[in-house]
Design a protein around this ligand. Structure first.
Ligand code: APR
Length: 312
């Protein structure tokens, strides 16, 4: 059986880390593509040099030409600038929308049947923009944000409770940014809600650090933003899509009335498979949780309006 074909646009930190994980987990053949001459080719060659010691089956090639991405099952878009210290994801909006616009036309023309996974920040706005530009059905254009926020939340829950990380289920919904909505009530350790395990102040501190997680990494690195956890989350979502697993993961998807929200891409639990988003899962939220999610959607709407204004 041939491996599925996954194109990663942007052979930078996130793109290359996602590629390494897809290869070492034997998930897919990878095509790395970048505007920078030699960047994708160099990373691909370096990864292939690791093949005989890591013993992975799939292959990776690097290119600057979309013809080589033709017929991909999944296209991951990581092309764009990462955040610099002190910079919010919103500051990236103008420059990264130009990059996403230049990528989507060529990538969709080469792989009209692919599922598109957007990673470029500001994530929710870029996913919405990519979907509109692609003219594809909404279930085939999604974004990676909520899974990253949830895995950061899970890490902090494991640290605070002393539990094995494998025993933690953590859920963050909403915008990928300061307006994200961690849901402690539905985050559990061996089935026990976090809200029953730790005092309110400790839960609040874990939530605060979850929201600040990306910025904490940016501040430490001083150049660039997080890439190991983002790369792992990309590979996990791509794995669910190409294996048609139907696994439920927090994914940035178009909401069309779910949770009382419409016309906005934001992270909610969704079942992933060959067709992309198989089903948007609507959880039973408390009124304050629903309100927080609606506030989060309002902030994304403001960013969408900022993008419209920048494009006008
Ligand atoms: N087409 C293809 N590749 C491009 C384009 C383009 N039009 N424009 C830029 N790139 C490439 C750059 O040459 C670079 O190799 O995108 C890559 C981005 O890599 P990094 O600068 O290392 O950024 P990274 O940390 O991978 O983050 C990428 O993901 O998490 C988000 O906020 C982050 O938006 C950023 C994106």
């Amino acid at each position: 059986m041939p491996y599925p074909k996954v194109t990663i646009v942007g052979a930078g930190q996130v793109g290359a880390t996602a590629a390494l994980t897809l290869l070492t987990r034997d998930i897919a053949d990878v095509v790395l593509i970048d505007v920078a001459e030699g960047m994708a080719q160099g990373k691909a060659l370096d990864l292939m040099h690791a093949r005989s010691v890591l013993r992975f089956g799939p292959t990776v090639t690097g290119t600057n030409d979309y013809a080589q991405t033709a017929g991909s099952d999944v296209v991951v878009v990581t092309a764009g600038l990462p955040r610099k210290p002190g910079m919010t994801r919103d500051h990236l909006i103008t420059v990264n929308s130009g990059i996403v616009a230049s990528v989507i036309g060529a990538a969709v023309a080469a792989s009209p049947d692919a599922v598109f996974l957007c990673v470029t920040n500001p994530l929710d706005v870029m996913t919405n923009f990519a979907w509109r530009l692609s003219q594809l059905p909404a279930d085939r254009v999604l974004g990676m944000g909520g899974l990253l926020d949830s895995t950061r939340f899970a890490y902090l829950i494991a640290e605070a409770t002393g539990a094995a990380v494998a025993d933690v289920e953590a859920l963050v919904m909403g915008a990928h940014g300061d307006a994200m909505v961690p849901i402690p009530r539905l985050s559990t350790v061996r089935g026990r809600p976090l809200t029953e395990m730790l005092p309110e102040a400790e839960v609040a501190e874990i939530v605060r650090r979850t929201v600040a997680g990306g910025a904490e990494v940016v501040a430490l690195l001083k150049t660039g933003s997080a890439f190991y956890a983002p790369g792992a989350c990309v590979a996990s979502m791509v794995g669910a899509i190409v294996s048609d697993s139907g696994a439920t993961m927090p994914s940035c998807v178009l909401l069309e009335g779910e949770y009382g929200i419409s016309g906005v891409h934001m992270s909610v639990p969704a079942r992933l498979g060959r067709g992309g988003v198989l089903k948007v899962v609507e959880l039973d939220l408390t009124p304050p949780e629903r309100d927080a999610l609606r506030d989060s959607a309002s902030q994304i709407r403001e960013q969408l309006a900022a993008l419209e204004a920048a494009l006008a």
